[in-house]
Design a protein around this ligand. Sequence first.
Ligand code: GLU
Length: 273
Amino acid sequence: MRRITFILAAVLCLVMAAGAVAHAGKLEEIKQRGTLICGVKDSVVPFGFVDEKTNQLVGFDVDICKYIADKLGVKLELKPVTSATRIPMLTQGSVDLVAATMTHKFERDDVIDFSITYFMDGQKLLVKKGSGIKSAADLKGKKVGTAKGSTSEQNIKDAQPDCQVISFEGYPQAFLALKQGKVAAVTTDSTILLGLKNSDENPNEWEIVGDYISAEPYGLGLPENDSKFRDFVNKSLAEMWISGDYAKTYNKWFGKDTKYYLPLTWKMEIWPM
Ligand code: GLU
């Protein structure tokens, strides 16, 4: 009988301990684990891609993750995500945070939370030079490639209801289809298009055209209803901006001397500390 009581007490302790971890929230979970697990793209230059020389995942989104991991004083583990898998991977808990060229919009906010804006872009078209396509209006009756699970899929349908949208696993596959003449254009955020164009062997064969079809402010994807973790991430981003580390990182990937120049024309929303 004493033994059963002892076992019952032990089980009760374990259940209570598990409950404490569950209630402790992401911040405590990450600190206890000693690792921040971030979902990043692995084939989107210059946000998240494999450096051929080092075989490591690098990019602007990777550097944002590194900054937050350093703030937490933990190691960083990166897991590749696609536009379609990033939200499910976050809701299933296989990543703590998503830094993956993701626009924050209210529809997505139903299932996850977002940080403040940490990058700002808009959607354009990538076409073969001399194709005659200058804007979404010229895509009438034509095929357009993009990525599954992106805002780009819906935006192009709204901008040109008479085009056929073909959604690929990722943007490199959509670009390949453009090269093979299977689609007339690739559409997504302008810097992703710049990444495709300027990391190609023949960048001069391609051009980015049209006005912005949409505004695409990026937010870090965060677990739903964990305000302690969200506050920490937002404060880290604000500190990164105020300290000048953000500008350094931005210029490393999008500055004048890079192949992916995008002038910094917006300001992060900074609350007084
Ligand atoms: N920023 C857009 C989005 O969140 C397009 C880029 C992407 O597919 O990640 O869907």
